[in-house]
Every structure is written in structure tokens, then in C-alpha cells.
Ligand binder design. Structure first.
Ligand code: NAP
Ligand code: F7E
Length: 331
């Protein structure tokens, strides 16, 4: 029997799943990834990039599949990254979002508890800054911290708040080692193109290469606290290595509008006046918008010594360069 630690990662086909698999393998873990559905098109990409990862069929909405996974692979750590993670799309499928993003957390915690792992398996829950909401009455000031008021503004945020509280409840009720990372937006070259940053860097690359004429977006004024995903998965992992379970905000402490992101991204390809290349499409507006997100990472910096390596400017540059290389025709 191997003596290395065993980690089960849900959401392994997603952005954070890729960064986390990379980190855990480098740390010497045996990594198991939960993949849903028959013939999932993203499974092959994970198999190709991480042949050492064992993929397991399972779905957060299927409790029996989770019981089977934890019984068979007996993880020391479970990193629950799986979710319907888009904020806009769940306005049209709120019930599915509640089932996966909310109740799915309960299903996974129960799988650990009823199979007798409450005292031995450490659990990470991917909570989110979307639980805060960015409204006037709870404006962040120096930044939202772990004890700030919650007021989610979307079915996604509401479902995540359930996941957050049920995770804390299992810590308090059963003494489980459950830590929640309240993560502000984090981006990078693995980000899905349905999110605004990657949509922009992909479009900037394609406009630069003459493959696209313009980009259609929703509101440009909202502000987000954008960090680099590689730095954030290191923070998640550090939370499970700490001697006690706790909740931590991961953020940069800076906030930027989408307009600022556009300015930096287009500057990478020498375009200063990007406004004629950006059109508003009402399809990308949301029934309720989160105006501003700004996080205060003081606690995670002090308690866990977490620091980010990649600045906002470096991240935008990295993403545009990556998308130019990806979209460029083969020589
Ligand atoms: P992502 O790229 O959208 O990945 C989501 C993952 O969840 C995918 O692997 C997806 O699998 C999986 N999934 C969806 N429904 C599932 C189900 N029913 N059963 C099992 N797996 C399912 O998200 P991410 O950006 O990596 O984020 C990771 C986690 O952190 C998410 O929980 C997200 O809500 C949270 N979070 C993200 C941010 C951020 O800025 N990135 C900030 C705060 C919190 P398929 O490939 O099969 O679709
Ligand atoms: O939107 C605006 C949009 O979808 C950012 C998820 O990882 O972070 C992410 O959620 C902003 C919003 O991310 C478009 O209205 C304008 O104000 O990139 P996004 P998000 O909603 O902040 C949080 C922390 C999570 O937890 C989530 O899982 O950009 N926006 N035009 C647009 N957004 C998108 N997607 N597409 C547009 O065309």
C-alpha cells in the first residue's frame, strides 16, 4: 500500500481542478478525480494532461456514486470544487444549481460521514465572494472579510451559501475537519470562455489575428477582485494542511472594472481605443448584478502565510499571450 496522501478532487475537469491536480501531483499525492456523465468530452483532456490521475465516474447529485467513490478510494483529503459555477446561467436553471452547487455539498459530506470517515478525511469547500453581493448596506470598505454580512444576488450565490453553511455545520456538529475558502474571482489560461476575462482575452487574440471583428459583452462597469488561479489553489491546499479547520478569504485586496480589464488586454496587442470593437448585447446582462467585489486577505496572509505571486497586470498579459499562441494558425 502506498504511503502517499490520497486526494479526491471533484470538478477536476474545471479550471481549478487542473491547477490543483498539478499541485497535488507535485506534492506527491495520489490523485483521484470525479468526472460526471457518460462520454464527458473534458475527460480525455484530463487523461492526456494528467495520466497519473485516476478518474472515477460520479455526480454530486448522485449520493450513491459519492459513497462508492469514498469507500473505494478512501481519501485523506476531499477538495470539493464541482459546481454549476457560472453566475449568469443559473438564473435560467436555478433548480439544477441548487441541486449541484448547494445540495451536492451535503451529499458529499454525508458520503464521508456515513462511511465512517468524519474523523479522518479533511474536506475543502469552494465557497465564493458571490455570497457577499456588493450592495450599499454591506459595501466592503477595506474589503469583505470572513465575518462580513452575506447577501447573495443570484441563484448561484444562494446555492453556494447553503453549501458554505452546511459545510460549517458538519464541522460544528460532527467535529469534521472542514475548511471553506471564500474565494474571490480567479482567472488564468485554464479559465472557461464563458467567463468575462477569458472571453475578452480570447477575443483580443482573435481580433489581433484577424479572425474576429468585435466582441459582445454585457455591463462593463462592475468591479471584481481578480487574482490568478494558480496562486489560489495553493491557498486552498494550505487550508487543509493547517492544524485546525477554519474559513479563509482568498483575494488580492484590489478591484478593477471590466473596462480596466479591456484596456489592459487590448494594450497587449497595441490597441488603445477598444470602444469601437466592443458592443453591448443584452443577452449578457443579468437580472441582478453584483456591483463590486473587493476582498481582504489579511487573515489568510497572517495565519497561513499565503501570498500571491502573479499580479493583475501579469495575469492579463499571460492570458492574452496564451490565447494568441493558442489561436495562431500552425506555421
Ligand atoms: P469550473 O471551471 O466551472 O468547473 C466546475 C466543475 O464542476 C467542472 O469540472 C464540472 O464538470 C463540475 N461539475 C458540474 N456539475 C457537476 C456535477 N453535477 N457533478 C460533478 N461535477 C460537476 O469552475 P472553477 O472556476 O474551476 O471553480 C471551482 C470551484 O470554485 C467551483 O465550485 C466554483 O463555484 C468555485 N469558485 C470559483 C471562483 C472562480 O473565480 N473561479 C471563485 C469562487 C468560487 P464538467 O466538466 O462535467 O462540466
Ligand atoms: O462575470 C460581467 C458580469 O462571469 C464577471 C465565477 O467564477 O467569480 C465568477 O463569477 C462580471 C460580471 O464572473 C459579460 O455581469 C459583462 O459583472 O466572469 P464572470 P462572476 O460572475 O464574477 C465568482 C467569484 C464565482 O464564484 C463564480 O463561480 O463581468 N460581464 N459582460 C460578463 N460576464 C460574462 N460571463 N460574459 C459577458 O459577456
Amino acid at each position: 500500500m502506498s504511503t502517499s496522501k490520497r486526494a479526491l478532487v471533484t470538478g477536476i475537469t474545471g479550471q481549478d481542478g487542473g491547477h490543483l491536480a498539478e499541485l497535488l501531483l507535485a506534492e506527491g499525492y495520489e490523485v483521484f478525480g470525479l468526472v460526471r456523465g457518460q462520454n464527458n468530452p473534458r475527460k480525455a483532456a484530463v487523461e492526456a494532461e494528467f495520466p497519473a490521475v485516476t478518474l472515477i465516474e460520479g455526480d454530486l447529485t448522485d449520493p450513491a456514486s459519492l459513497v462508492r467513490a469514498v469507500e473505494r478510494y478512501d481519501p485523506d483529503e476531499v477538495h470539493n470544487l464541482a459546481a454549476v459555477s457560472h453566475v449568469g446561467i443559473p438564473f435560467t436553471n436555478p433548480t439544477l444549481t441548487a441541486d449541484v452547487t448547494g445540495k451536492g455539498v451535503l451529499n458529499l459530506l454525508e458520503a464521508l460521514r456515513i462511511t465512517g470517515r468524519a474523523e479522518r478525511t479533511r474536506f475543502y469547500q469552494a465557497s465564493t465572494s458571490e455570497m457577499f453581493g456588493g450592495l450599499d448596506y454591506n459595501r466592503p470598505g477595506a474589503g469583505y472579510a470572513e465575518d462580513s454580512l452575506f447577501h447573495p444576488r443570484s441563484p448561484y450565490g444562494v446555492a453556494k451559501l447553503y453549501g458554505h453553511w452546511i459545510a460549517k455545520n458538519y464541522r460544528e456538529s460532527y467535529g469534521m475537519f472542514v475548511s471553506c475558502g471564500i474565494l474571490f474571482n480567479h482567472e488564468g489560461e485554464r479559465r472557461g470562455k464563458e467567463f468575462v476575462t477569458r472571453k475578452i482575452t480570447d477575443a483580443v487574440a482573435r481580433i489581433h489575428l484577424g479572425q474576429q471583428s468585435h466582441i459582445e459583452l454585457g455591463d462593463l462597469w462592475p468591479k471584481r477582485d481578480w487574482g490568478y488561479a494558480g496562486d489560489y489553489v495553493r491557498g486552498m491546499w494550505q487550508m487543509l494542511q493547517h492544524d485546525t479547520p477554519d474559513d479563509f478569504v482568498l483575494a488580492t485586496g484590489q478591484t478593477h472594472s471590466i473596462e480596466e480589464f479591456l484596456t489592459l488586454a487590448f494594450a497587449q496587442v497595441g490597441i488603445d481605443d477598444w470602444r469601437p470593437l466592443v458592443k453591448q448585447n443584452p443577452a449578457f446582462l443579468r437580472p441582478a448584478e453584483v456591483d463590486i467585489l473587493l476582498g481582504d486577505p489579511s487573515k489568510v496572509e497572517t495565519v497561513l502565510g499565503w501570498r500571491r505571486d502573479v499580479s493583475f497586470e501579469q495575469m492579463v498579459k499571460l492570458m492574452v499571450e496564451h490565447d494568441i499562441a493558442l489561436n495562431a494558425p500552425a506555421a
